[in-house]
Ligand binder design. Structure first.
Ligand SMILES: Nc1ncnc2c1ncn2[C@@H]1O[C@H](COP(=O)(O)OP(=O)(O)OP(=O)(O)O)[C@@H](O)[C@H]1O
Length: 309
């Protein structure tokens, strides 16, 4: 499938600060892509350039093959939640969305539809000023959905949501992706992305660190482990060792495997007709992969700054 968002050698400088540095990646439709990086890595700046709110210093961005324009059909092409706090507190939720619908030539019935979709139907007439951060996030998501767009960008959408809200957002993103839309979601926390994203674009200091499926990202890190529960532990341990992995036994039926990803372990078990009762990359290892890889980028950036002197 053709990529929907194409970021090509994108660079943004603010004076001496290079916020985004020669970034190149693509985002595909039909899946949730996480845009991950530590604070200040350049995620918001990149998202703003994708929708034309910031101009690149150099490089380019295309959405569905050409630079994105807000008008005339912007909200029908791309919906974005960039800053949930950036709303007029004196307006009601319905009035806020009503203004957006009118100024973008969208049918007013969409206002009630999206408010219902994000669970704010009962709060439609309340002033936004009295909303919790979680409700503002829901309202921002409603605004992104207003034009029923094929492309959706969300900057830190899980901020301020309670656990029920987080689950709801994850389900919503999955559904939007299953409908064939392009869903690009930023976060600075791997723990938020590991149950949300299918693919990851990871950046550090404005530079690309990884662009791959979540499982491949986990497997790249040294020391990443996959937890396997199997009644055939001894036989499976032998097979994965033979394939080059390191195995630690954790009780009678649990193996912790490093050096092979879960896809490969599952395939090996299938080939040897060994039973798997559980197969999961461990949470800590994904977080560790992220920390290791972003730490490397920081060292790299520092070394390079030294070279330039
Ligand atoms: N308008 C601006 N003027 C000057 N510097 C800026 C501006 N916007 C961003 N920056 C700088 O660019 C870098 C990247 O910022 P950006 O907000 O894009 O990062 P981020 O990954 O979204 O981080 P966070 O998760 O903290 O929002 C930071 O060093 C930031 O201070």
């Amino acid at each position: 499938m053709d990529p929907v968002i194409e970021v090509n050698h994108l660079t943004k400088r603010y004076g001496a600060t290079t916020a985004v540095d020669e970034l190149t990646f693509t985002v595909q439709p039909g899946c949730v892509t996480g845009f991950l990086g530590p604070n200040g890595a350049g995620k918001s700046t990149t998202l703003r350039m994708i929708i034309g709110l910031n101009q690149p210093t150099s490089g380019s961005v295309a959405v569905e093959g050409r630079p994105f324009r807000q008008r005339p059909r912007g909200l029908r092409q791309v919906g974005a939640l960039l800053d949930a706090g950036d709303v007029h507190g004196g307006r009601s939720a319905a009035a806020h969305l009503g203004v957006l619908a009118r100024t973008n030539a969208l049918p007013l019935r969409r206002v009630d539809e999206v408010l219902a979709e994000v669970g704010l139907a009962d709060a439609a007439r309340r002033r936004i000023g009295g909303f919790s951060l979680g409700m503002k996030q829901r309202l921002g998501i409603a605004a992104a959905l207003l034009g029923d767009p094929p492309v959706l960008l969300f900057d830190e959408p899980l901020n301020g949501l309670d656990p029920e809200g987080v689950r709801w957002v994850r389900d919503l993103f999955r559904r939007l992706a299953a409908e064939g839309r392009t869903v690009f979601v930023s976060s600075h926390l791997m723990s938020e992305m590991e149950h949300t994203a299918d693919r990851l674009v990871v950046i550090g200091r404005g530079r690309l660190i990884a662009d791959e499926p979540l499982a491949a990202f986990a497997a790249r890190s040294n020391g990443v482990s996959v937890r396997v529960r199997t009644p055939d532990a001894a036989a499976l341990a032998e097979s994965v060792r033979a394939a080059g992995a390191t195995v630690t036994r954790d009780g009678a039926d649990v193996l912790l495997v490093t050096g092979l990803d879960s896809d490969r372990i599952g395939d090996l078990a299938f080939e040897r007709r060994l039973r798997l009762h559980e197969l999961a990359a461990t949470t800590a290892s994904l977080e560790r992969a992220f920390m290791e890889l972003t730490a490397e980028s920081v060292e790299y950036a520092t070394a390079e700054a030294g070279d330039a002197r």
